[in-house]
Design a protein around this ligand. Structure first.
Ligand code: ZN
Ligand code: ZN
Length: 355
């Protein structure tokens, strides 16, 4: 039996999954390959931000709480909040419930997985081995069992800014002074700053300011990942099969506000350049925005969480590039030994030099 939530193998009836290496749907049971939905990028375009904000603010948006009927075991699988695709909680069949999603905005595009599960596990192991002061137990983790592929949402923003500012330009000058050193009089130069009022207007344009939209993984880890968004293709269920998909936890308005904060340092340095001189002070900034647009995309993570001495750690591998990032435990024993070794050397040297 087939429904919206799965595509089944015509040969053996198993649920098909997307294979990052072949960029096709593959049957995990018998290996038969199927073409996935065509991977175009027609919908991956910037949308007008102000129009969208106006349109969605009349809705009181709820989190996604999907219940998906599993065609394999017949059970109704309850997905965690804001999860749109995952595996059946009873039989493990991959289910995509995107047609049931209640979110007002759906992702326009996907950066497809290019890194396979095995390659992700390898990248991780390499990363783990390279870390200093990692507890030995952590090096022997069975990551392959916990490593899950998940598509997480990402907002991107484009806009042009015009900022009127006031401030001051500082110019250095030197005065000659005298002082007495060891009973002799000598002259020296002292640097001073003269401040002049400054005001003006700067224009800075921004392209693809990224704001991660998931609250389920540390923001810092999401920010560390670099994406080639040129490779994004239209959203399609086929690309999701076998992976988890999350809808956004961070909504459009707060995400836009965050993108404005991210733009600020660049505007400030434009102002400093505009003021010129040796030093600058900015006392007021008034920024207006034009040509505001956004995109909502899904980006691929291989993700594993494990507990070490009761504390949870998250490890991720960028599903597009294979670069590993993670939170890591430290080995207290190894660090203590190193400190003791350094102390021993220092004491040894001290004794040597005092003989
Ligand atoms: Zn099959
Ligand atoms: Zn099931």
């Amino acid at each position: 039996m087939e429904n919206f939530y799965t595509r089944l193998c015509k040969n053996c009836g198993s649920a098909l999954v997307f294979d990052p290496q072949k960029q096709k749907l593959v049957c995990p049971a018998c290996g038969t390959e199927y073409e996935a939905d065509e991977m175009k990028g027609e919908n991956v375009v910037e949308l007008d931000l102000m129009d969208t904000l106006k349109a969605i603010e009349q809705y009181n948006e709820d989190d996604d709480k999907l219940v998906v009927h599993c065609p394999n075991c017949g059970a109704d699988s309850e997905f965690p909040a804001n999860v749109v695709a995952t595996h059946c909680q009873y039989c493990g069949t991959p289910l995509t419930g995107s047609t049931l999603s209640q979110r007002t905005l759906r992702p326009q595009g996907i950066v497809p997985f290019a890194i396979t599960h095995d390659a992700a596990v390898m990248a991780f192991r390499k990363w783990l081995q390279s870390l200093w002061f990692l507890p030995n137990k952590a090096k022997k983790l069975k990551l392959e069992e916990t490593m899950q592929g998940v598509y997480r949402p990402l907002w991107t923003f484009d806009f042009k800014t015009t900022t009127r500012y006031t401030g001051e330009r500082g110019e250095h000058y030197y005065v000659t002074k005298t002082r007495r050193v060891n009973g002799k009089t000598e002259t020296y130069q002292e640097r001073k700053t003269r401040w002049y009022p400054a005001a003006g207007t700067v224009h800075v344009a921004f392209d693809d300011i990224l704001v991660p939209a998931s609250n389920r993984m540390s923001k810092a880890l999401q920010e560390e990942c670099r994406w080639n968004l040129e490779n994004a293709v239209d959203y399609s269920e086929d690309m999701i099969r076998g992976f988890d998909e999350e809808s956004y936890d961070v909504r459009l308005r707060p995400a836009f506000e965050e993108s404005q904060e991210k733009a600020k340092p660049q505007i400030q340095s434009a102002i400093r350049r505009d003021i010129g001189g040796d030093e600058q002070r900015i006392s007021s900034m008034d920024t207006s925005y034009a040509d505001l647009s956004y995109k909502l995309l899904l980006v691929p993570y291989w993700s594993a969480t494990y507990r070490f001495k009761g504390k949870p750690y998250t490890y991720i591998v960028n599903g597009q590039t294979g670069v590993a990032h993670g939170e890591r435990p430290w080995s207290v024993v190894k660090i203590t030994f190193l400190i003791l070794a350094i102390l021993a050397i220092v004491i040894g040297l001290y004794i040597m030099f005092n003989q």
